[in-house]
Design a protein around this ligand. Structure first.
Ligand code: TYD
Length: 208
């Protein structure tokens, strides 16, 4: 693929989304991207019209979803995202920055919910068609610090699932980061230091 694919992963409250926004402003003027490349900033779930409809069902509907149903809905969201937005942009030489990707499914549905990891890997392959990020930024923050950042009234189904669940998800991310060679961002530092770490990761990965 001529374009480059960057992903941000981490537990809820790790500060990932605001850093994605900052990176979305910095990257196009960083000198790292070719002059004619654009940056697509997107997210999972919800990066497509289908995803926007799935989001309320997945996050806030109050419906009781079986863990395997939840897994399949995230996979459907991802397949649509990869085939209709990410891959076409990369093929054109554009860069894509996604707030969450398939690592989140391994961490949340696998380690968090206890879905079978073999099944998740099979579905990951089906949903991504083998597409893997060029750089995954892992925002590493202890769950108790992350929890303190968001009041219960603003929490979605996953954030409200309890501290044991979040601990399992955080453990999943840590394990994945080691296995898949993700770039660790110490997310407990002041905002500017976290931003500097993100930029350093991009420079090291993409400077020829
Ligand atoms: P999040 O990035 O936290 O959105 P927001 O910043 O709007 O809260 O993602 C929404 C939730 O979806 C988050 O709690 C993690 C969960 N999720 C999964 O459980 N599996 C997945 O595959 C993905 C992509 C997200």
């Amino acid at each position: 693929m001529p374009g480059r694919f960057l992903v941000a992963e981490g537990i809820d409250g790790s500060g990932k989304s605001s850093q994605v926004e900052r990176l979305g402003h910095w990257l196009p003027c960083s000198g790292l991207m070719p002059a004619d490349a654009k940056l697509l900033v997107t997210r999972e779930p919800g990066g497509t019209p289908l995803g926007e409809q799935l989001c309320p069902i997945l996050l806030n509907s109050g419906l009781t979803l079986h863990s395997r149903t939840e897994l399949l809905l995230f996979a459907a969201d991802r397949a649509q995202h990869v085939e209709t937005r990410i891959r076409p942009a990369l093929r054109e030489g554009h860069w894509v920055l996604s707030d969450r990707f398939s690592g989140s499914t391994v961490a949340y549905q696998g380690y968090g919910r206890g879905c079978d990891l073999e099944l998740i890997h099979t579905l990951e392959q089906a949903a991504t068609g083998g597409l893997t990020p060029d750089l995954t930024l892992w925002f590493d923050l202890p769950p108790q610090q992350a929890r303190a950042r968001k009041p219960p009234s603003q929490q979605d189904r996953f954030e409200g699932a309890g501290s044991d669940f979040t601990e399992r998800v955080a453990h999943g991310f840590r394990k994945l980061a080691m296995e898949r060679g993700w770039w660790r961002i110490p997310a407990g530092e002041p905002l500017a230091a976290v931003e500097a770490a993100v930029q350093a990761a991009c420079r090291s990965t993409f400077v020829d």
